[in-house]
Design a protein around this ligand. Structure first.
Ligand code: FEO
Length: 182
């Protein structure tokens, strides 16, 4: 079991992860419109990652016998100045998510909720990777500056990113992970 306070905090995190998903979906749509198909692919893979993050928490709440309460998801921005601006926004958003995961962990610790602490460890590790990925692309974009050839090369590289997380959750997280080899 988890406390009502913990349940509410996890539900709020589901909402944040789903907002992350549509934020990156919106960035993907913008990149597609701009002809940056590789960036569009990278952000769409990111969309799938975020839906996986949301679904893991959704299922954890249910496995703990608690109630999932889905709320309204804020509309994302739809236009962006440049790839660098998008990645800067992505990094800032991921830093916000990292802080919210840390807050969840603090709550689990304060409640001596060991199960939630163990569950949240995966997210703590994941956030390091999320921020690292964004920082890597930002560094490349700063190096490229206004060089179209460099941007096209990076776009081609980002086109190669593949979705490694499951995308069908109809039979639950465990079987989705087994089916996708994640
Ligand atoms: Fe679910 Fe990108 O953090």
């Amino acid at each position: 079991m988890i406390s009502d306070k913990m349940t509410q905090a996890f539900n709020e995190q589901v909402n944040r992860e789903m907002y992350s998903a549509i934020l990156y979906m919106s960035m993907s749509a913008h990149c597609n419109q701009e002809g940056l198909k590789g960036f569009a692919n990278w952000f769409m893979v990111q969309y799938h990652e975020e839906m996986f993050h949301a679904m893991k928490i959704y299922e954890y709440i249910q496995r703990q016998g608690a109630q999932v309460n889905l709320g309204a998801i804020q509309a994302p921005p739809t236009t962006f100045e440049s790839p660098l601006e998008m990645l800067n926004q992505t990094l800032a958003h991921e830093q916000f998510i990292t802080r919210s995961i840390n807050d969840l962990m603090e709550l689990a610790i304060s409640e001596k909720d060991h199960a939630s602490q163990i569950f949240l460890e995966w997210y703590v590790t994941e956030q390091v990777e999320e921020e690292e990925n964004d920082n890597d692309i930002i560094a490349q974009l700063k190096f490229i500056k206004d060089n179209p050839q460099g941007l096209m090369m990076l776009d081609r590289e980002l086109a190669g990113r593949a979705t490694t997380v499951p995308t069908d959750f109809s039979k639950g997280i465990e079987s989705a992970m087994a089916a996708s080899g994640a």
